[in-house]
Design a protein around this ligand. Structure first.
Ligand code: F6P
Length: 319
């Protein structure tokens, strides 16, 4: 293997830079040249590709976002897009590719492998919604950001004895809500993976109030419904003084936690080693604290499972 490419794709996630650094430095230490590809698959097709040296990835391990920029590029699902991308890979002499991103990015990696260019996916998304990995790069940082925000909202919630419905990201997955909910001592966690009745939540709130707890924190995963909609439904069951807060894109930013930096560093180096062994069409994961890899096709056939024990724990702790 003489030259590999590295790109970040889909929604950015804290720790992507650490992954890019790890891929580049591991490859260079093995005598493999590295090309950075800007803007994910869009940049690949456009030929926005440049040779990287060690200093290109210096001073980025602590930075949020992605130095290689990112884009969502559905056009790469078309064969014409893939062929253009391959033309560029040939032009730059890139033999294999590491893609850091979510499951959308894995489709592209699989297509490239089918066309003879080994590509490996690293799970980079705050949502933690990728099968065959316990954690994705960026998730830990996002959870910490959410916890910090909820701690602040709690101050005002307690001062005014209000209910706060706090909507967190996660796309269709409840992981951020589950982890941040437990870590911030939320009274209710509402996720798409567990059925719930707004009526029951209203009753829980009344029970808490009768025991002297006058403010309520409800952490709502965006995959369930909008915070405002949830709040309106809740108000149908009582004269509640409630407010809704959508944390939004603040959850995607910020300096990555040590956990995310370490995870990204481990996964990046592992991906290079696997490419060097001639492997492609696979995605890296971490399962039971061990680095693993699976065929990307297996990932498409299975569904990510959040740790729902957190939901049950929170139910008993919040009572
Ligand atoms: O996948 C990461 C994520 O932040 C999701 O949590 C969210 O649903 C989505 O991306 C938002 O995407 P965009 O930034 O394109 O609006």
């Amino acid at each position: 293997m003489k030259k590999i490419g590295i790109m970040t794709s889909g929604g950015d996630a804290p720790g992507m830079n650490a992954a890019v650094r790890s891929v580049a430095r591991r490859a260079m230490s093995l005598g493999i040249e590295v090309c950075g590809i800007n803007y994910g698959y869009a940049g690949l097709v456009a030929g926005d590709i440049f040779p990287m040296n060690r200093s290109d990835v210096g001073g980025i391990i602590n930075r949020g976002g992605t130095k290689l920029y990112s884009a969502r590029y559905p056009e790469f699902a078309q064969e014409s897009g893939q062929l253009k991308g391959i033309e560029q890979l040939k032009k730059f002499g890139i033999e294999a590719l590491v893609v850091v991103g979510g499951d959308g990015s894995y489709h592209g990696a699989l297509r490239l492998t089918e066309h003879g260019y080994n590509a490996i996916g690293l799970p980079g998304t705050i949502d933690n919604d990728i099968p065959y990995t316990d954690f994705t790069i960026g998730f830990d940082t996002a959870v910490n950001t959410v916890v910090e925000s909820i701690d602040k909202i709690r101050d005002t919630a307690a001062s005014h004895e209000r209910i706060f419905v706090i909507e967190v990201m996660g796309r269709g997955a409840g992981d951020i809500a589950l982890w941040a909910g437990v870590a911030s001592g939320a009274d209710e966690i509402v996720v798409p993976e567990r059925e719930f009745k707004v009526e029951d939540i209203a009753q829980d709130i009344r029970n808490l109030r009768s025991r002297g707890k006058k403010h309520t924190i409800i952490v709502l995963a965006e995959g369930v419904m909008h915070a405002d909609e949830f709040m309106q439904k809740l108000k149908q069951y009582g004269d509640f003084d409630a407010r809704s807060t959508v944390l939004g894109h603040v959850q995607r930013g910020g300096s990555p936690t040590a956990r995310d930096r370490v995870l990204a560093s481990k996964m990046g180096a592992y991906a290079v080693d696997l490419l060097n062994e001639g492997k492609g069409g696979i995605a890296i994961g971490i399962e039971d604290n061990q680095l693993t890899y699976h065929n990307i096709l297996d990932l498409f056939d299975s569904k990510h499972k959040p740790d729902l024990s957190l939901y049950d724990i929170n139910k008993s702790l919040a009572k």
